[in-house]
Design a protein around this ligand. Structure first.
Ligand code: GDP
Ligand code: ZN
Length: 302
């Protein structure tokens, strides 16, 4: 490509599809409608929401052209999106958290190369009790635990700072935990409450396309992130422990090798729990997930 053409190229991120076109937003939030050249199809390259792209803007009413898709950091199939590098798993005091589900989501996200954070919402409801408990359980899990109250507008800045560090992020969690309320508070979109919650709802239909919302340096999907994550199907049971950062100092220290840290004698992870170095509830849930992974592995050819 000639130098002049390179210089004319804009850089941005694809935020949504629109009637056969792609919409990219540049760093200033300015949007451009783009066409996709046929050569992309020939190369079986389909642009995804979340892709970092270079493009030529159109003149006046005319659409511009996508020129290049930059290498992807992550890729999800349902909905098809690229570069989700942070999954925020949301829980709250009521409805009561399902921590086995939380750990499942955290493990899946890590397996797909995403960073994770645990958001303890509605902390106005219990005076921060659940937050303190989670900070204890997820110590060493390479998963920051942040408390927020969307209602009282507390804790929002720390969550925003975390989100700004990601290419694209996504909220996941049971319904009713306050994801839509939080997203509205985070993005200052109180005027569009209905619209956002509708979009979040729409995330329950995994066949629809997601959109990226951009606000003040934050790029977040308008869809709830359950379906983004692949299941553990086809995962070797020995691999699960790799998704638990707090286990890593003890790997290789167990009496039997390989060790699944289930109930083997002389297990260094069990000893670390007894010594109070790793949280026992986290390990108990790891063992539940391990049982699922083992079963799925056993039945992998069925
Ligand atoms: P979603 O299903 O995860 O999107 O949850 P919603 O955003 O619809 O919130 C579920 C309920 O929790 C609503 O009734 C909200 O008003 C309430 N809620 C959300 N955030 C807070 C909060 O910070 N504090 C309290 N007390 N309630 C909240
Ligand atoms: Zn072990």
């Amino acid at each position: 490509m000639t130098q002049e053409l390179q210089a004319e190229l804009h850089q941005g991120v694809l935020v949504r599809f629109f009637g056969g076109f792609y919409v990219a937003a540049d760093a200033d939030g300015q949007e451009y409608t783009l066409r996709c050249p046929k050569k992309f199809r020939h190369q079986r390259l389909s642009p995804l929401v979340g892709d970092a792209v270079r493009f030529t803007p159109g003149q006046g009413e005319e659409e511009g052209w996508l020129v290049e898709i930059l290498p992807r950091k992550t890729e999800c199939i349902r909905p098809p999106v690229a570069n989700v590098t942070l999954l925020l798993v949301s829980i709250c005091p009521s409805p009561e958290p399902d921590l086995l589900l939380v750990d499942r989501l955290l493990a899946r996200a890590k397996k797909q190369g995403m960073k994770t954070a645990l958001i303890v919402g509605k902390y106005d409801l219990d005076g921060g009790k659940l937050l303190a408990q989670m900070q204890e359980e997820y110590r060493g899990a390479d998963c920051p635990v942040l408390g927020v109250s969307a209602r009282n507008k507390e804790g929002l800045d720390s969550v925003r700072a975390l989100m700004r560090g990601a290419d694209c992020c996504c909220l996941a969690g049971q319904s009713g935990v306050g994801k839509s309320t939080l997203l509205n508070a985070l993005l200052d979109l109180q005027l569009e409450t209905g619209e956002i919650s509708e979009k979040i709802q729409r995330g329950k239909n995994p066949t629809r396309y997601a959109q990226l919302l951009i606000h003040d340096g934050i790029r977040v999907l308008d869809t709830a992130g359950f379906s983004l994550l692949e299941t553990e199907k086809g995962m070797e049971p020995e691999k699960l422990q790799e998704l638990y950062p707090e286990f890593q100092p003890y790997i290789g220290q167990c009496r039997f090798q390989p060790c699944l840290h289930d109930r083997e004698p002389g297990c260094a992870v069990t000893q670390a729990v007894q010594a109070g170095e790793i949280d026992g509830n986290r390990v108990a849930r790891y063992r539940e997930l391990l049982a699922d992974v083992r079963l799925a592995w056993k039945n992998r050819y069925q």
